[in-house]
Design a protein around this ligand. Structure first.
Ligand code: PBG
Length: 326
């Protein structure tokens, strides 16, 4: 047997790189940054090695570290000084994200995307206003339409602080339309929305919830985040966001949902983002610490796979490490 078609011919060094189909560039990566109004020093995040919560005063220094690696964009998450039932610190003019964004935009060239959600700001840790009967009842629900007004206010306050793009992550029905309307009414028609359009109710968010102190105090997020079993529903979810004016469509998490990334890539023409979440980062670190996996290689392979599936942009805690290799 003498096969004529031998794919191995193109796998040798020299030609291998030339026929490579997928490239990850630092410009494709968005680095999440945690700013914490409750601390005046940098606090390492135990379950996310290499990441820290930084005080507002350190936010510029933190973003400069990111920029030095070649990554040009950050996603700012905030931990507020105090929390309450409605999450009022989320839209405060002197809030943690607003303060950090102002400084970062004044002093650096970073492209700043802000997380628009209530779970880090509410004392119950849910992503919106709770029903009246809210108590320790795990079956309570977040009031969708009442929450929309607040999301509009948060997005506008971020844009006023200078945010280049806003990224709503709360999975409320109609959130993209409500935010678009609020931004346009305040003169921010040019600020794009990256919607966490297909966000699943995932156990891979565990380390982030420690990092951002945003775990629900009771119950879970099943009544607003998507069921991991559903793929067709993701296309429907994303279509709704497109109709409401979403500019970039995000799938989250990334690695366990690459089929969804591909589905969304094929169904829409918008740029697709994928969020390589905290649990995807933590598991590689944990295995590497045990000597079971090579961290650098598995991190790079993860990002290549996410791009190959169809993502244009990747939010990842590996952004700086991977970019530094270029
Ligand atoms: C909520 C939010 C979450 C993440 C980003 N935004 C957590 C959640 O929905 O519970 C998770 C990100 C990660 O795990 O890296 N605003």
């Amino acid at each position: 047997m003498n096969p004529i078609d031998r794919p191995r011919r193109l796998r040798r060094d020299g030609i291998r790189e030339m026929v490579s189909e997928t490239v990850v560039r630092p410009e494709d990566l968005i680095a999440p940054v945690f700013v914490d109004a409750t601390t005046d020093e940098r606090v390492p995040i135990e379950s996310m090695p290499g990441h820290e919560r930084v005080p507002v005063e350190e936010s510029v220094a933190r973003v400069e570290e990111v920029l030095e690696t070649g990554v040009e964009s950050v996603m700012v998450f905030g931990i507020p000084a105090s929390k309450d039932e409605r999450g009022t610190r989320a839209w405060a003019d002197d809030g943690v994200v607003q303060g950090a964004t102002r400084r970062i935009k004044n002093e650096t060239d970073a492209y700043v995307i802000t997380d628009v959600c209530l779970c880090e700001y509410t004392d119950h840790g849910h992503c919106g206003i709770l029903e009246e009967r809210a108590s320790e009842d795990a079956r309570l629900t977040v009031r969708n339409d009442e929450t929309l007004d607040l999301l509009g206010k948060i997005a506008t306050s971020h844009a006023e602080a200078g945010a280049d793009m806003v990224a709503p992550s709360g999975m409320m029905d109609g959130m993209v339309g409500a935010i678009r309307e609020a931004l346009d009414a305040e003169g921010f028609a040019d600020v794009p929305i990256m919607s966490y359009a297909a966000k699943y109710e995932s156990a891979f968010y565990g380390p982030f919830r420690d990092a951002a102190d945003g775990a629900p105090a009771f119950g879970d997020r099943r009544h607003y985040q998507m069921d991991p079993a559903n793929a067709r529903e993701a296309v429907r979810e994303v279509r709704l966001d497109v109709e409401q004016g979403a500019d970039v469509l995000m799938v989250k998490p990334a690695l366990p949902y690459l089929d969804i990334v591909r589905d969304i890539r094929e169904a829409f023409d918008h740029p697709v983002a994928a969020y390589n979440v905290s649990g995807e980062y933590a598991m590689l670190h944990a295995a590497a610490e045990k000597g079971w996996l090579d961290l650098e290689e598995t991190a790079m392979e993860s990002l290549v796979s996410i791009k190959r599936a169809g993502a244009d942009l990747i939010l990842t805690y590996f952004a700086e490490d991977v970019a530094e290799r270029f």
